[in-house]
Structure formats: C-alpha cells, structure tokens
Write a protein of this length. Sequence first.
Length: 306
Amino acid sequence: MPAAPLPLRDGLDPTRVRMPDVATGATVLEYLCARFPQDAARLTEKVADGEIVDAAGIPIDSDTVAKPRADVYLYRDPPVEPTVPFSLDVLHRDENLLVVDKPHFLATTPRGAYVARSALVLLRRRFDLPELSPAHRLDRLTAGVLVFTVRQQARRPYQELFAQRTITKHYEAIAPLARVSGFPVTVRSRIIKERGVLQAREVPGEPNAETVVDLVDTLGSYGRYRLHPRTGKTHQLRVHLCSLGIPIVGDNFYPSFREVADDDYSDPLRLLARSIEFVDPLTGAIRRFESNRTLDPPTPLFHPHA
C-alpha cells in the first residue's frame, strides 16, 4: 500500500477512500456524500477547507471528478468516547519495541466506535511515536502483554515472528472447574469465523486450531487455567474452553451472545495474555515479557444450588 500523503493527526492515521472502478461522471464530493450520507455536511465542509486530498497530497475541490480507482485521503472526526478507566502500563521500551500491559475493555487499534479508546492511539499520543505499530493484536476484552514496534524499519521482522507462529504465548483464564480429568489436555478442532457473524464456531474437518489447557489452581467452584495456543484463530481460546464445558467467566459471546453496554466494566472477560517469549530477530537475544495483572473469580466462589 502506498504511503499516505497526510501525516498522523493526534495519533490517528488518515483514512483512505478508493473511488469506483469505472468512471461515472460524479465528482469526488458527490461520490463521498452518496457513500457516507450521514456525513455529507462534514464532507462538504472538509472539501471547502481543503482537508481532502488526492494521492499526491493535492486538495480536491467541489468540481474534482472522481477518477476510476483513484484514492483520496481525509481525517475522520473521532467520535466522542468515554475514557476506559483502567491503566495502560508500560512493561518495556527500547529503540525498537514498546511492550505494554493492556487492560480489559481497551481495543488494540482504532475500529468502529473505539478510536481514542485504543492502545495504539493512546500510546502514539503519550510518547509522540508516529510510527508506532502493533506487532500483533489482542481482543478488546482480553488483557495482558501487547507488543508494538516503535519505528518503521523494525516493523516487518517483529510482525513476521507473530505471523510465522515462532512466538511462545501463555494465557491465563478463570472458568468453572472442569468435569474432565487428566490435565493438561490438548484441544484440537476446526474453527471458522464468518464475516459479519459475531461468534466463531467449530465445524467438522481437518483441525486448524490447537490449544493446550492445564488446570493450575482451584478457586472454590472455579479453576485457574493456563492456556498455550499453538495456533491463532479468532476467539480460539474462548471457543476451546467452551467446548470443554468451561466457558471463561465474563464471556458474553460463548456459549451464547448477550448484549453488554460499552461502559459496563462490572464483569470483565477473565482472560489474560500472561506472557510472550521469542528470539529477537534483530539482536538474537531471548525476550520474555510477563503481565503484572491478576484475574479474580466472581463472588461468591461457591454455588451450592448449581
């Protein structure tokens, strides 16, 4: 993807919008207003103020005709967002890496309604790091170790470590005590996640997801589990524990979806990216980072009528 002609603004990248594949005779502004009708007034203002530019960085005007497959760039107006009331703690920082201990309820990157409420934007603003980029991602509801690259030259080597599964990851979860015995157990299944569908699901076929699950502590009617994913499918850990009959405490997706308000922080998903270990691709040193967060079971611990 070509570099954007606009710099970061307040921690946010500009948005790229591609014009239609064929010429229609419409202007860029007409196309944008038809595609985003709820933002038509602001788009008109942005064009009048010279805030929408082409790939060369030249502002478009109200008469600029949309060229097939041409790109234009603009800054989104960030939504008004409440602050996530939990700390984003730094575990390590050097010239290549920034490693943080992400809290629950904070997105990794801007998406949808979570723009300023994302670790990437918060860290870019806090440390003035315009080239900061995530080496991997954690779900918004998952807490724990999250690795960013600081400069563009270091981005690819670290991202490739995660893409090639050469990272050792351990997670921790709180879930009901399992009826199965003989831990640790290895769960293998085929998991698919369809676009537009909230839940991932297991289907017949060749396994593409594998997780080692171990019970490490008993907390009344709950257990503390150590999870070692050997693959990285969407919602893999949540799906695999649910398949064992022990859905993670606080999971509003599995086994069934329930709506939770954005500002309801009362029952976090008890899933934590506890540690990450890898051989540094630039220095050859062994790197290990561990979360300082703790997971607490719900109260009461005992459910005599369950």
